[in-house]
Design a protein around this ligand. Structure first.
Ligand SMILES: Cc1ncc(COP(=O)(O)O)c(C=O)c1O
Length: 482
């Protein structure tokens, strides 16, 4: 079998291989039961490493397109498995939310999430935590980093963080299409601190800020603490409703638009390139700063559009990212990308708040990035998350009431379920907890908790655990509907 491989392309070679097979299978060119070339033969034929073929086959397997038969090779799955009756439907109420006050405390929600992690045997769909994996690799890189605890790591550091790490991050971001140098970056304690530094500097009590609705609740809490006022613009399948956004840009003149453009928390939605272009054009027209949160960068299954910041010609976007979802949340390493006039004030904010991020945490991330293991880890996470996402989609299809609909995210950690309005999610939450399944009603993600009946589900769990948990939730939901 021959097919072209573009080694200069942004898309990794293993995904080029899996995409090619995926098309062949879906078009019927490779019919049910056909055997794929052996790993060795294909690797030799198209001159790639055997591991690359293994990764490609892993993706196809996770996608439900092929299965392995021990000792015999890989075979195309029956069509019923390939074109499963998956429903993707995201049609929430298009209502702008301007709450008087926030009504939900990030403190309580966060405490509950951390507590849940320490309870054995619970199935936790509620938290935003990635699955703990690759711990041996992390330990190895941490040991190497600790060996550098000489003077350079021992002392207080500059607020912007270690130059070597900033250079590595700059190179990573350039690959996403951003024009960035190490001097545009500030290492932060996770992206949460990045959000907090920007909002505390650019917002004052009484100012207006636009957020997506629903959105990441950690942001809602920061805004509430500042005393700024939120305009929650409803999400659609392609991102926030831009028509409504323009109306409110005109009437309320907000200072900031906060957006999680890729694999949004909580809906899993990635905005289109066109949506990004229109959003930045609106921000420019009304002189409004965009804060782009790309906390799930790198966890996409299929290519995603370049960040909004890469379209920024007028210095209208500040960008934040993190290693929490791809390496380890406990390291607390994220970054802010701020260009032009925005850099220095934010650097001063960083110094003012806590001087700088732990030099040891920075060195661990830097070791990881230097080793090339990071790319491997991302590939592994994508494959295992895809497998988990598919397991959740199949389980939802099987166990949830047929009135329920959900998003089909192209990566990240979450999908979003819309439920009939007659279901009381608060009582379902309690009932599920008594059966060791944890969920949060989706209301927590709406400004002022004024949302419709919905659930954010974290799918980064083992497929068999997902099946068990969704079966329990499905049963409770159906009982409620009777
Ligand atoms: C959209 C979004 N932004 C920021 C954060 C904070 O992440 P970090 O651990 O980098 O502070 C999260 C965490 O879940 C998130 O979902």
């Amino acid at each position: 079998m021959k097919f072209p491989i573009d080694r200069q392309a942004v898309k990794p070679v293993y995904l080029q291989i899996s995409d090619r097979f995926s098309r062949l299978i879906k078009s019927g060119t490779l019919p049910t039961g056909d055997r794929l070339p052996s790993i060795r033969a294909l690797a030799k034929n198209i001159q790639v490493n055997k591991l690359t073929v293994i990764e490609a086959y892993n993706v196809l397997e996770a996608d439900g397109l092929i299965h392995a038969r021990p000792g015999s090779g890989y075979f195309v799955n029956p069509e019923s498995l390939i074109s499963s009756q998956i429903k993707s439907n995201f049609a929430p109420i298009q209502e702008v939310i301007i709450p008087e006050q926030q009504n939900v405390s990030f403190f309580n929600v966060y405490q509950l999430s951390v507590q849940a992690k320490s309870q054995p045997g619970v199935i936790d769909f509620s938290s935003g935590f990635p699955i703990a994996s690759g711990l041996k690799d992390l330990q190895r890189h941490a040991r190497r980093a600790m060996k550098q605890v000489t003077e350079s790591l021992f002392n207080y550091d500059f607020p912007q963080g270690q130059s070597i790490l900033r250079l590595q991050i700059a190179k990573m971001l350039i690959q996403l299409g951003l024009e960035v140098s190490a001097d545009n970056l500030i290492i932060t304690n996770g992206s949460k601190q990045g959000l907090s530094l920007v909002m505390n500097h650019y917002l004052q009590a009484g100012d207006w800020i636009v957020t997506e609705s629903p959105t990441y609740y950690g942001t809602l809490d920061i805004v509430d603490d500042i005393g700024a006022r939120i305009i929650g613009i409803p999400m659609q399948g392609s991102g926030m409703n831009l028509e409504l956004l323009e109306q409110y840009l005109q009437s309320h003149r907000p200072k900031l638009i906060y957006t999680v453009s890729t694999l949004q928390n909580p809906t899993g939605i990635t905005t289109t390139l066109q949506h990004r272009q229109q959003l930045i054009a609106l921000a420019e027209k009304y002189g409004c700063l965009i804060l782009e949160d790309n906390s799930f960068e790198g966890l996409n299954f299929e290519p995603v559009p370049p960040p909004i910041k890469s379209l920024d010609r007028s210095d209208s976007v500040i960008y934040t990212g993190t290693f929490s979802k791809t390496l380890m949340p406990g390291l607390r390493v994220g970054y802010l990308l701020a260009t032009g006039k925005y850099y220095r004030p934010l650097l001063k904010q960083k110094l003012f708040h806590d001087l700088h991020v732990s030099t040891v945490s920075q060195a661990i991330v830097s070791e990881y990035l230097a080793s090339g293991d990071y790319r491997r880890r991302l590939n592994h996470l994508r494959t295992s998350n895809l497998c988990s996402r598919n397991a959740m989609l199949h389980a939802l299809e099987r166990y949830f009431p047929e009135e329920a609909t959900w998003t089909i995210p192209n990566g990240g950690l979450f999908l979003w379920v819309q439920l009939p309005s007659e279901i009381s999610l608060v009582s379902i939450t309690y009932q599920a907890r008594s059966e060791n399944v944890l969920i949060y009603p989706g209301m927590s993600f709406f400004p002022g908790q004024k949302g419709y009946n919905s659930l954010r589900l974290n799918f980064s769990l083992a497929p068999e655990v997902i099946d068990r948990g969704i079966a329990i939730l499905g049963r409770l939901l159906k009982q409620h509907l009777q």
